[in-house]
Ligand binder design. Structure first.
Ligand SMILES: [Zn+2]
Ligand SMILES: [Zn+2]
Length: 315
């Protein structure tokens, strides 16, 4: 009898070891870039029946990757809170003026701590200066530590709003370099700014311009031998805008209406199935958890879930 128990125990241990080995997936992804197009409404992007304002994202790029059709911002639908949710994996009420730091550490800090790389390996490049708060936190244990590089605002110093073409020039410089950042978030502002200006035509034009930037970014990634076939690009938003009939409609955002909360996520990369459409809900806080798992470190402060449909090897 004892022998039998012993043998069973050995079998169990071997099986557990086998399962543990199975649980450690190898991802091809070595670089992760997040492109945040600030504030388009789903109705004017993928939700537009002919998709005429985002012809590249809706067609050739979508066919290259996994698309989340029900991707949500389930927290405050403003720029700083939205980006904070992406990088920390938690929703919180935080000043939208860039006057406060996120309460939780961000994915860049975890990344720099776990890899031991210097600050240029993680980058935030943003048209909106106030987004430089994304790389730090007020949490005592992490405050002022493992701070990523930033180039936010027109002069890269965290002040004011810059033009997207200037921001994209900085992105181009980094993506074309021999030593590109391994983890980078990019913010493009024009869609949001023209929405607030109540300029419908420029708002739509800016959606189309962002569509071009997204395609150009993916193309530059494929042209750099360092990045090619090793880079995951996540194209998403910080928030949408009010549905028609809700307050001022497309001019503003910030409430919990479907227009404000319904954003999108398209994932492109070597670990991601092509032409897959996910109709189950997923949300912006899932992004940080997924990146942590790709790089195989823990991010206990992120409340998101791993985006398994986009990374099936993570099963
Ligand atoms: Zn806005
Ligand atoms: Zn709304």
């Amino acid at each position: 009898m004892k022998k039998l128990i012993f043998a069973t125990a050995i079998h169990f241990l071997c099986f557990s070891w086998f399962l543990a080995q199975q649980k450690a997936p190898e991802f091809k992804t070595k670089y992760v870039f997040i492109l945040v197009i600030d504030g388009p409404r789903y109705a004017e992007t993928y939700g537009e029946p002919t998709c005429k304002y985002s012809p590249l994202l809706c067609d050739s790029l979508k066919k290259e990757g996994t698309f989340y059709a029900q991707f949500k911002n389930n927290g405050p639908t403003y720029t700083v809170p939205g980006h904070t949710a992406i990088v920390t994996g938690t929703y919180q009420r935080i000043s939208n003026a860039g006057t406060a730091l996120p309460k939780q550490p961000n994915i860049f800090q975890y990344f720099l701590k776990n890899t031991g790389l210097d600050s240029s390996a993680a980058y935030v490049v943003a048209s909106k200066g106030k987004l430089d708060v994304l790389v730090n936190t007020s949490q005592k244990k992490w405050n002022n530590q493992y701070i990523a590089s930033t180039y936010c605002g027109p002069n890269g110093n965290g002040l004011g709003y810059g033009r997207d073409d200037k921001t994209f020039a900085k992105v181009t410089e980094l993506v074309k370099s021999e030593n590109p950042p391994q983890l980078m978030l990019i913010n493009l502002l024009a869609v949001d700014v023209y929405g607030h200006a109540n300029n419908w035509d420029k708002y739509l034009e800016s959606i189309t311009q962002s569509d071009k930037y997204a395609a150009q970014l993916w193309q530059m990634i494929q042209q750099n031998p360092v990045l090619k076939d090793q880079t995951t690009l996540l194209i998403t938003n910080d928030h949408g805008r009010h549905l028609d009939g809700v307050r001022s409609g497309f001019v503003n955002h910030g409430c919990r209406c479907e227009g404000c909360r319904h954003i999108s996520l398209l994932v492109l990369g070597p670990d991601t199935p092509k032409g897959k459409i996910v109709n189950e809900e997923a949300e912006m806080i899932d992004i940080s958890k997924t990146i942590a798992e790709i790089y195989r470190f823990q991010m206990p402060t992120s409340k998101g879930n791993f985006l398994l449909d986009a990374f099936p090897a993570g099963q």
